[in-house]
Design a protein around this ligand. Structure first.
Ligand code: ZN
Length: 179
């Protein structure tokens, strides 16, 4: 059978198996979160295409390769763009918290089970508390950032990318000019 993309199993690529069609968005995510948290000055010199912060000397955006001659820089990031990054951040965080919560619930159930039915040393309260605290912590790490965080990343990145697509369409993509 010829080795065409159709017969090949899809390869897991990128982060958590989701490849963003806009690699610069992933690179910008952290910077945008700093901006959302107002840890950096709101005004600046930003790429006119992707809104990466540029140095005074940059004539070409290091993230999307847009030349400032081609698209003039802007001095702040549009709200619609920030909203897309916020959606990603919030979605991912929600999944991480929910996953961690599931881990804690499992540890609590194990604790109650051990206290009620645990035979011998397993029924000792010290074992129960070790399971509740240590196990709860480890499980929350596993079910939170490690497992649920993957879904969160995918869902969040998809949402952000969709919002960016819509933003690009509104900004650049034809449509009747606003009257
Ligand atoms: Zn750019």
């Amino acid at each position: 059978m010829p080795d065409t993309p159709l017969t090949k199993a899809p390869e897991v690529e990128g982060i958590a198996g989701y490849v963003t069609p806009y690699p610069y968005l992933d690179k910008l995510q952290e910077k945008m979160e700093e901006r959302l948290a107002r840890k950096v000055p709101l005004a600046g010199r930003f790429c006119g295409f992707c809104y990466a912060r540029l140095r005074e000397t940059d004539a070409i955006c290091p993230l999307c390769n847009t030349a400032t001659a081609e698209r003039p820089t802007v001095d702040e990031i549009p709200q619609d763009v920030l909203r897309a990054y916020k959606a990603k951040q919030r979605t991912e965080a929600t999944w991480v918290y929910m996953g961690a919560f599931v881990g804690l619930i499992i540890a609590s159930i194990a604790f109650v089970w051990l206290e009620l039915w645990g035979p011998g040393i397993l029924g000792h309260p010290a074992t129960g508390f070790a399971v509740l605290i240590g196990g709860g912590y480890l499980l929350a790490q596993l079910t939170g950032p490690l497992i649920s965080g993957q879904f969160g990343y995918r869902k969040g990145a998809r949402k952000r990318d969709r919002m960016w697509t819509e933003f690009l369409a509104k900004r650049d993509g034809g449509g009747p000019p606003a009257a």
